[in-house]
Design a protein around this ligand. Structure first.
Ligand code: 6R9
Length: 650
């Protein structure tokens, strides 16, 4: 594109950079030519109890099987904690910054070791065994990190559920992986507001029990001291239990392909999928990408603003950085509390060098005005990162010019829950930047752009993004449903992993992600299946049918637009609209709050009764001049009513 803005690598970025452009090109070529040799070498960046002799054993066809380092034995908790103790026992591992700006804690690697060992022993004491699923429903507090590491230490599989999800959503996730253990807190705290996590957990456990999954133990961390209900024999206090067990716990020797964690994510159909990641390949991949994408050097203070409930929190708050012996910052609060200066104040307070956040936050803070940024120093900053959704060039430029004062490279990192770690991103000392492009693939990643008919597009072009070759950090299966894994990711284009994203490759070989091409929407960086919102709506007794689409939203990236057809005899009203919004929040959580609800007497359908979403998207975008062919509709007149009553009139 002619209007693209290029920012060349500055001499200062190159000076101490780990990777320059020649190295990138050479390593990339090596990684593609001989993956066994390349990963055989880089697999040694983590410690192994028993070294691997096999590196790669993978197939993207047939039953799809992905194994890396399969005969090696290792442990994630050992690699992220124990192996650093000799050299950096007294170095701060995690800086915790509370919701309240006066709350902070610093935990050294020695202290982290003891906290994690105690937590692991608490889990063992209450019957958690290797391979068991443990659901973690926590606010952004240190104990969330201890709990995750404790699971990895004893070989239990954690399933972290974002604290913003509703009891119903939590129950579904407990049930799906048959998790008999839950770790939670009395309450969470965000922007001064209290989130009733234990109360939600109690409700979720009841729902899961009705569906046949019995939760046996709940470990409760005290965060706010709020009054909560207590089930004797089932609920235990973390602080009491942790004080009662030994401060040491031997890490379990895990096979490289033993499951590490499950993380539920939304797709275009059905319930959220339990994405399963395993041990060895995942840790090699996240530690390597953390080091090179953020040009991480010993001593850097690193801050990723994600929540541990999302994959970014797993890979780039905890596992990647701590595998590298970093100091990582964990933030309980939100970007605009108490004021829109919060991020920049935290950066100054803790001398943050590397800062990684989401476009939705960047857009919101840009909207709040430059003065909130300019009153802070930010002189410690060296690298800025972005993740979660496409970053529009205006937001990118603001991040670069105003936040980074033209001195810090912006690394726009494209990847997905399924990927484990970053797949496409610039390297600070190597890659010229273009605002809005995730630039080039990382080592071992072979992107392929495919058209609607499955033909590969070479060179410049636009289409659907696939990945042709396996990489060590990728998911291995959908928990409990390998067939769904094959169907979802490997059946659209045979032998290729299909990402669900659209993408353009420019003349320089740079990748520009254009957003999802399926029925997944991205609201403030949170991934949501439109089908999930639809099924929440039709679960309401006054709704007979619903269709949900995304529309462009200045701050959130996409907003949620719902077309709702009411049951016979029901009448549209403001009260019902509010009721439906509350209903969706209850079923899924606040992140799924509908932005617009349009009562529609009928939805546009083809003669084979398929809802024509293309038309609904256009109307939601207030772009009904270009509806395209409507002649295949069973009843073309429904469209007139939809246009007439559209909610996004300009
Ligand atoms: C890590 C994460 C994945 C979806 C992905 C894509 C979008 C993420 C992006 C991006 C453009 C980026 N996405 N990073 N789009 N540029 N740098 O966000 O995982 O929650 O699974 O979402 O997010 O659409 O397919 P996840």
């Amino acid at each position: 594109m002619s209007d693209e803005i290029v920012h060349r690598v500055q001499p200062a970025w190159k000076k101490n950079a780990l990777i320059d452009n020649d190295t990138y090109l050479k390593w990339y070529a090596d990684s593609i030519k001989n993956p066994d040799k390349f990963w055989g070498k880089h697999g040694k960046r983590i410690d192994w109890f028993k070294p691997y002799t096999k590196v790669k054993n993978t197939s993207f066809t047939g039953k799809v099987s992905i194994k890396w380092f399969e005969d090696g034995l290792t442990n994630v908790s050992y690699n992220c904690i124990d192996r650093h103790l000799k050299k950096r026992g007294n170095q701060v591992a995690i800086i915790w910054e509370g919701d309240n700006p006066y709350d902070e804690k610093k935990v050294t690697y020695n202290e982290l070791h003891e906290h994690v060992c105690r937590f692991a022993n608490v889990l063992k004491k209450h019957g958690v065994k290797k391979g068991d699923r443990v659901t973690i429903y926590m606010p952004m507090i240190l104990e969330a990190a201890y709990a995750m590491f404790a699971c990895t230490r004893i070989g239990a599989i954690h399933s972290v559920v974002f604290g913003g999800f509703s009891p119903e959503a939590l129950a579904g996730r407990i049930e799906d992986c048959k998790s008999h253990f839950v770790i939670t807190a009395d309450e969470g705290l965000r922007a001064g507001k209290h989130i009733p996590l234990k109360d939600n957990t109690d409700k979720a456990i009841e729902i899961a029990a009705k569906a046949g999954t019995k939760v046996e133990k709940v470990v409760v961390v005290r965060r706010t001291g709020a009054k909560i209900d207590w089930v004797e024999g089932r609920d235990v206090w973390h602080h009491e239990e942790a004080a009662s067990v030994k401060p040491d716990c031997k890490p379990e020797k895990m096979k490289a392909e033993d499951p590490l964690f499950i993380l539920y994510t939304s797709g275009s159909t059905g319930k959220p999928k339990g994405v399963l990641h395993t041990t060895g390949g995942y840790l090699v991949y996240v530690s390597m990408t953390h080091q090179y994408v953020f040009d991480y050097h010993d001593g850097d203070i690193y801050w990723c603003t994600a929540d541990v409930g999302w994959v970014t929190g797993h890979s780039y708050i905890l596992y990647g950085p701590l595998a590298n012996g970093a100091t990582t910052l964990m933030f309980e609060g939100v970007p605009n509390y108490p004021t829109p200066s919060r991020f920049w104040e935290v950066i100054d307070k803790h001398k943050v060098n590397i800062f990684y956040t989401a476009p939705t936050a960047i857009r919101a803070l840009r909207g709040a005005g430059d003065e909130w940024v300019k009153k802070t120093s930010r002189k410690s900053l060296r690298i800025l990162g972005s993740v979660g959704e496409p970053i529009n060039p205006e937001a990118w430029e603001w991040y670069f010019n105003v936040v980074g004062e033209k001195k810090c490279p912006v690394v726009d990192t494209w990847w997905q829950t399924e990927n484990g770690g970053i797949l496409i991103a610039p390297l600070p000392g190597a890659t010229d930047l273009k605002a809005g492009s995730a630039t080039r693939p990382l080592f071992g990643v072979v992107p392929e752009i495919v058209d609607g008919d499955g033909n590969t597009i070479e060179g410049e072009g636009n289409g659907n993004l696939c990945i042709k070759e396996p990489w060590p950090g990728m998911m291995r299966t959908v928990f409990g449903d390998h067939e769904r894994f094959i169907q979802t990711y490997f059946s659209t284009y045979k032998g290729k992993y299909f990402t669900g994203d659209g993408c353009r490759r420019d003349a320089d070989g740079y990748y520009w992600i254009t957003g999802r091409v399926d029925d997944v929407i991205n609201v403030s960086g949170h991934r949501m299946g439109t089908a999930e919102v639809e099924s929440a709506l039709v679960a309401h007794d006054k709704v007979s049918e619903a269709a949900v689409v995304g529309y462009p939203h200045d701050i959130k990236g996409q907003g949620i637009y719902c077309y709702v057809t009411l049951s016979e005899g029901e009448k549209p009203s403001e009260t019902l609209r509010k009721d439906l919004i509350a209903h969706v929040r209850k079923e899924i959580g606040a992140i799924a709050t509908p932005d617009k609800i349009q009562f529609a007497p009928a939805l546009p359908k083809t003669r084979s009764a398929k809802i024509m979403r293309r038309i609904l998207r256009k109307i939601a975008e207030d772009d009904f001049g270009s509806l395209g062919d409507t002649s295949t509709l069973a009843d073309p007149t429904v469209v007139d009513d939809l246009i007439e009553n559209r909610q996004n009139k300009r």
